[in-house]
Design a protein around this ligand. Sequence first.
Ligand code: SF4
Length: 432
Amino acid sequence: MKSSKGVTVISLGCSKNLVDSEQLLHQFRRIGYEIRHDERPRRGDVVVINTCGFIQDAKQESIETILQYCEARRKGQIARLYVMGCLSQRYLEELKLEIPEVDAFYGKFNWQDILRDLGREYLEAEHHCRVLTTPSHYAYIKIAEGCNRHCSFCAIPLITGPYQSRPIEDIKQEIVELVAAGVKEFQILAQDLSYYGKDLYHEFKLAQLIEEISDIKGVEWIRLHYAYPYLFPYDILPVIRERANVCLYLDMALQHCSDHILQLMRRHITGNETVELINRIRREVPGIHLRTTLMVGHPGETDADFEQLKSFVKEMRFERMGAFAYSAEEGTYSGDHYKDDVPQNVKQARLDELMAIQQEISEELSQAKVGQRLRVIIDREEEDYYVGRTEFDSPEVDPEVFVGKERPLGIGAFYDVQIDEASTFDLFGHTV
Ligand code: SF4
């Protein structure tokens, strides 16, 4: 039934949220709604805002986006306005009171009820089917929801609840269907990849899961995100090393390296254990590219702690690194028990200093790739270049490869590229 009714889903926050949004879009398409990819709803449309509630900035962005569409709802320009995701999971009652223009608020785990509010049924049998909003050759795969770690600064467990692994067969079915739809590259996600399987199978099963995904015909690249350092599943290392379609890449947030701060953060690991872990990963998987995330300005962080963090970054030479400043989140152990005693300007200065150190390292590492021949997947075409990524680059967060237009290239296709030049982060080359 072709109808003029359309749906716009605004997906804020992380790629785990994006997966929920894509699953919701599939359900809407199945009941005859047109997907509006341009975020400009038309009269009579439904708008759904999938919110993020992780830290202050993200909460602010979610609120502003909701208020922006409240205007359209008040004027009757849209038929329905729904809010779902982490912000409404965390502040449901407050939001209902403060923003009555919203037709209904849903959390992270009951957004399926939006269909019921429209008098339709959620198609449970198609729970993993999605309308991809990423380029059609790659997709995010969420293997679990929730987190059992309780890092003192983090609000995520308050929002998502305890760890819930998806069954291996359910994940594989989703991937088989996405391969059939043309997807070649899979970004494997969870709040905490390392814990996968422990709740469901009573043992860590990440290595087995990735091996089974790697065996699926048509899976070209598998990239791992959000590993956790404590009780790291070392059996994943030979899988990364030996499987050609598992990228030499691992994203693992480490947050800090000083014992004093790691203890305050309740990370269950010491600075030395962290260094040993990194060295062992590099030893067992030659050529692996490590992405990490660090935090500056956690309550109690002294100049000495920060000096240690700077030396750590210089020594570990991460191929990819992000950093952010601590923000006190109510309900977290740090937010409720520690004074936010590092002044904002000191936080910012530390952040800038850390990123300046990393920029130098990135410069050296990308220069070292000049002259290499690398396999590149093409994501898009621009005026002067095709733009793609190597196995060492995750979409949206990592550097890109700009490939000359000597000949026409296919979006989503792989090419061998000779690297001719490098900027601080990105590479430039030509196909061979
Ligand atoms: S592992 Fe990640 S999601 Fe879980 S509590 Fe720690 S920082 Fe938050």
